[in-house]
Design a protein around this ligand. Sequence first.
Ligand SMILES: [Zn+2]
Length: 146
Amino acid sequence: MREMKSATPHVVCAQCGATNRIPAVRLGDDPDCGRCGRPLLDGRPVELGDADFERVVSGSDLPVVVDFWAPWCGPCQQMAPQFAQAAGALKGRALLVKVNSDDNPHTASRFGIRSIPTLVKLDHGREVSRLAGARPAGQIVQFAGA
Ligand SMILES: [Zn+2]
């Protein structure tokens, strides 16, 4: 097992925005948010948008992988189950986020998203790498590097 930078990494709740400190050893145990009681890391992608994206991704100590997508995009629809599968495989180790680029133009333009799907990997809100085009779950897991 790889060492985390912190023994109690911060995870920001995508539901209520509360910052939780979760002992690293418990990250994979379906921790709930200390404020709202909803699941923090249940192995499913979380939907974020212009209103909450910044707070959740910059406040989280886990690596974040963002899928920029839109409902009309065929390859995005095809990748969705792959992305969900990757989220399950990375449960407790990375946060997988979906951003609908049509509904959230501020976030999409901040990252200069010109084609979708585009995957962007973030470290505390800063981009570290990106991949354009639909990818299978295995490649998404590899990309997350968690
Ligand atoms: Zn919460």
